[in-house]
Ligand binder design. Structure first.
Ligand code: AMP
Ligand code: MG
Length: 402
């Protein structure tokens, strides 16, 4: 049986190269940059004021104090978006606002709380009652971002910070990897659509929606297909039709060893290459991975928890890499076990846990792969090695899906 890392490596090797697509910035959030992007301009683009106040020459107010106001001629004002137009002369000041360009000749801004406007000044002069150091309250051109410095690395996901930087430097579009169209198909003659009536022995299908949600979170576009009964010909036809339409096909159910587990054979009958079957993890041992031309096929086990866990561990990374993502692992948070766990089996057990904001990790009580009750309360997985007991208080990494 294949180890998880070996399985993941084979899958990632099979992922086709990303297809570049130019998107407008408002649509770029959550996508992956295909090229590194360097700053086309300085940020801030010009020296400007950090305060609402008065632009001055610091030497003019070097002697200012509460009992010793310094009188400066008020020679105009620069609103944000304007420029001074002329240089500041000795003995003068200019009314200035946060973000307004610093006028030539000024080397500091006195905040308005340190300036008095005497009633009898007629608006022609002010009194400064506090000194400023040279360049105090000035934000320098390029102190945040220098022209040519790296804004985004290829393979980085475009999030809040990246969108802010790109728009601040005037970018309006960006080259990203296209999103994979991901077919989601549930197989099993016992399955019925929610909202319909169940006959004895039947159950509601509950895998596709969770898988669609995880697909979207990984940047893919889910395409659900109709339920497929456990019939060899029907299964083969359903796979064939779906594979024509999508980049990735993800099925659930029918991947194990029972005589109704038909998915692997149906895929092989289409001349698909089964790259491997079975991975040494719990839940999720029966897992088929195959290729057909440039399409990738993932046959997940039908047990709801198994299908979701194998998706997180083995399909999600492939969806991300398809879009050009550099990092494809689930993000890990460190925590401390609130209760002990044990894996008496011979496969790594990915147990559902709830990591709380206080860093405590609470293993779910029901870990069976058909037990859905624990899914809603959980937010991650811990990796418990075979034959291992982890005691209360043990530090653990939680692989998050939220
Ligand atoms: P299988 O992998 O087809 O042997 O299915 C394993 C278990 O998961 C069986 O109890 C199935 O009834 C159940 N199962 C399979 N597919 C689904 C599904 N889409 N939704 C809910 N349960 C499922
Ligand atoms: Mg089945």
């Amino acid at each position: 049986m294949l180890a998880l890392e070996a399985a993941l490596q084979r899958i990632l090797e099979a992922v086709p190269r990303p297809r570049p697509e130019t998107v407008q910035l408002p649509e770029a959030g959550g996508r992956f940059a295909l090229e590194s992007i360097d700053a086309p301009m300085d940020l801030p683009p010009f020296d400007n004021s950090a305060m609402d106040g008065y632009a001055v020459r610091s030497e003019d107010v070097a002697a200012a104090g509460a009992g010793q106001p310094v009188k400066l001629a008020l020679s105009g004002r620069i609103a944000a978006g304007q420029t001074a137009g002329r240089a500041l002369e000795p003995g003068q000041c200019l009314r200035i606002f946060t973000g307004s360009p610093l006028p030539v000749g000024a080397d500091a801004v006195v905040m308005q709380e340190d300036v008095r406007l005497p009633d009898h000044s007629g608006g022609n002069y002010v009194e400064v009652v506090e000194r400023v150091r040279p360049w105090e309250n000035v934000r320098f051109r390029g102190e945040d971002v220098r022209t040519g410095s790296r804004l985004i690395e290829a393979g980085e996901r475009i999030g809040m910070g990246q969108l802010t930087l790109l728009s601040a430097t005037g970018k309006s579009s960006v080259s990203v990897g296209s999103q994979p169209l991901v077919g989601l198909m549930a197989t099993g003659s016992e399955l019925r659509e929610p909202g319909t009536r169940l006959e004895p022995g039947q159950i509601y299908e509950s895998n596709r929606l969770g898988l669609a949600h995880l697909t979207r979170a990984a940047g893919g576009v889910p395409r659900p297909f109709s339920l497929v009964r456990d019939d060899p010909e029907e299964t083969r036809r359903a796979l064939e039709k779906a594979l024509e339409e999508v980049d990735y096909l993800v099925t659930s159910g029918g991947a194990s060893v029972g005589e109704f587990d038909l998915v692997k054979e149906a895929f092989a009958a289409l001349d698909g290459t089964v790259t491997f079957w079975k991975v040494a993890i719990k839940p999720g041992k029966p897992f088929v991975f195959g290729r057909l031309a440039n399409k990738l096929f993932f046959g997940l086990p039908g047990n709801p928890v198994s299908s979701l866990v194998t998706f997180l561990l083995l399909v999600r990374p492939a969806l991300l890499r398809f879009q050009g993502a550099r990092d494809v692992a689930l993000s890990a948070s460190q925590g401390v076990l609130g209760a002990g766990v044990e894996n008496p089996g011979d496969r790594r057990h990915f147990m559902r846990v709830k990591l709380n904001a206080d860093g405590m990790v609470w293993p779910c009580a029901r870990q069976g792969s058909h037990m859905m009750s624990s899914l809603a309360g959980a937010n991650g997985l811990i990796d418990v090695p075979p034959g291992m007991r982890l005691a209360t208080g043990c530090p653990v990494s939680v692989f998050r899906w939220d």
